[in-house]
Design a protein around this ligand. Structure first.
Ligand SMILES: Cc1ncc(COP(=O)(O)O)c(C=O)c1O
Length: 386
């Protein structure tokens, strides 16, 4: 039994819904909604009178991301629109030569494939390495050759939930002088991620999944030593070193990662996301990971015990994160997905299966109710097919 009602205030549960879709778009904690409400009221009554406070909040958010990622400095953190934008900053910013190679896995979400494939007209070769092996890191490392310039990989694969050994990959990249880029959207907020320990050059994520924030505001970590290697692809008043000196005609890009933020920030989303990160930092990455592992272990065990179940996610703790994907022999996946959604089990159809993704706070009662609904649907479908 999970001891979990301490989160009821932050995550009041709708009795008609079992929310198991944090790997897609997560609910907000109450404090994020409160922050947005307060910000809206402030805007109605005072407009931007207290803009300096908003700027302070932006600094706070950078600091929160610095802590969350263990980045060496706040200056390494850019606030971006989403993961795709940050990946595009890297892909479009590096100086490529025809024949250069980018390595990806064969399980990446399109955000971590399309920006690299867009380089093919410059003669860049994109190679997808199969992760369907006992030792996926070994397969990626073995694929690195003299032309490999960069490895871009999701920390956790979006469909299967396979968790990568980033430290091992980071070490291999450094030894071979290969740049290391991590799409971290399926892990930060769910698992600890230390950009220094894994020795990555770039890491990015959006706020609307495991970070429990709204869509449209994400983070881009760019290692200081490689910042100048990215040519800029977006320009505006906010990305210059002398921010706020509007009379000045000459300009240089900010020396910090703010150079990747061309214009007015998303202050509304910043208020929400900062509140969500405050909660995650209060709970602590280790505790979150532990609570999530308990929940995924419980789901894996319970689903695997159902007749005809096939688990598509890794089952060992070091290989899994917050994603449990499964199918049932003889049951049409699309039909089962629709039935689950209609019954209030909010989940996703991914990678040929049903993907359930709880978070650290998901109550035991929600897991049990979703499992009962699943069991009932399986029985119903079996009866129908006879
Ligand atoms: C691995 C991965 N990368 C990126 C994204 C989405 O990226 P963006 O923040 O650009 O919407 C997703 C969303 O499902 C994802 O699973």
């Amino acid at each position: 039994m999970l001891h979990d009602n301490q989160w009821d205030d932050e995550f009041p549960q709708d009795p008609h819904i079992c929310y198991l879709n944090h790997a897609a778009v997560a609910p907000w904690p109450k404090r994020a909604a409160d922050a947005v409400t307060a910000f809206a009221r402030e805007n109605i009554h005072q407009g931007a009178r207290d803009y300096p406070r908003w700027v302070q909040l932006e600094h706070k958010l950078r600091g929160q991301f610095q802590t969350l990622l263990n980045a060496p400095s706040k200056l390494d953190i850019a606030l971006v629109k989403n993961t795709s934008e940050a990946l595009s900053f890297v892909a479009m910013g590096l100086d490529w030569t025809a024949g250069d190679e980018v390595l990806l896995s064969d399980q990446e979400f399109p955000s971590n494939r399309i920006p690299w494939e867009a380089l093919e007209n410059q003669g860049v070769c994109v190679r997808q390495v199969s992760l369907d092996t006992e030792d996926p890191e070994a397969a990626l490392i073995a694929a690195m050759g003299p032309a490999t310039r960069l490895l871009s990989i999701s920390s956790v694969q979006y469909a299967s939930g396979l968790r990568m050994d980033l430290q091992r990959l980071g070490r291999a990249c450094r030894e071979r002088d290969v740049l290391f880029c991590v799409d971290a959207i399926q892990s930060i907020g769910a698992l600890p991620l230390d950009v220094q320990a894994i020795d990555c050059d770039f890491a990015m994520a959006d706020g609307h999944k495991w970070l429990l924030g709204p869509e449209g505001l994400g983070v881009f970590y760019c290692r200081k030593e490689v910042r100048d290697r990215l040519k800029l692809t977006q320009y505006g008043w906010h990305m210059v070193e002398a921010l706020g000196d509007y009379d000045r005609e000459d300009w240089v890009p900010a020396s910090s990662a703010r150079r990747f933020e061309p214009g007015s920030p998303n202050t509304l989303a910043q208020h929400a996301l900062s509140a969500s990160l405050e909660l995650l930092l209060e709970v602590g990455a280790e505790r979150i990971q532990q609570a999530l592992q308990q929940r995924t272990a419980y789901l894996l065990q319970s689903i695997a015990a159902l007749p005809g179940a096939r688990i598509l996610s890794p089952t060992t703790p070091e290989r899994r994160a917050g994603i449990v994907t499964f199918t049932f022999a003889g049951i049409d996946n699309a039909t089962l997905y629709k039935q689950l959604m209609d019954a209030g089990v909010i989940c996703a159809a991914r990678g040929g299966g049903i993907r359930w993704s709880p978070h650290f706070y998901t109550p035991q009662s929600v897991l049990d109710k979703a499992l009962t609904i699943l069991r009932d649907l399986l029985q119903h479908n079996k009866k129908q097919s006879h």
